[in-house]
Design a protein around this ligand. Sequence first.
Ligand SMILES: *[C@@H]1O[C@H](CO)[C@@H](O)[C@H](O)[C@H]1NC(C)=O
Length: 200
Amino acid sequence: MAPMYMCFVFACFTLVPLVTASGILVNRLPWRLTAINGFSWANCDAETLPGKIQSLTLLPDPLMIPGEITVCTILNTTVLLTAPVKIQVTAEKEVMGEWLKIPCLDNFGSCTYDDFCDILDDLIPPGQLCPEPLHTYGLPCHCPFKQGSYYLPVTSFEVPSLSIPSWFSKGNYRLKIVVSNGDQEIGCAKLTFSLAGTYI
Ligand SMILES: *[C@@H]1O[C@H](CO)[C@@H](O)[C@H](O)[C@H]1NC(C)=O
């Protein structure tokens, strides 16, 4: 009986991460991201919020990974952004014609980041110069962010091989990203793209 019980426990441990809360069967085969296709963006809510994407371009399409990526963006805010800046991501994957919500696993997926300001401070110790290309263009990398228009001119950089969790498998995705400050919703963006990859 003992081996059988052990086997059951083991099966539960392996199955629990496989069948997640949203019912997506997580793919555990080793997988490597090779390209991002058809990236598009939109502001939600008919652009009524104080924070907006004025423009965002990611080139080329498809973006090969590893490879060179070119970014250009203008982000606007008509309000001051001070800590805590909450970011809520809702990630969905198209599975047989239906959009299924992806859970938050390893900080990927439908995650809530309670204070993006803290995350920035962890990534870039305050007091250091902001990393390129932000430094060159005088763009800030810590809270607070003043109201205004933040322009990142055409900038290219190399994207290395990304080790994203293998359950973020190939297919069509859409993300809704809501930025808020206390009770105030600052901005909301929707991104769509598809991931291509190979099993390794
Ligand atoms: C963003 O700000 C710039 C500069 O103030 C302005 O010209 C532009 O219209 C704004 N865009 C949006 C979408 O509000």
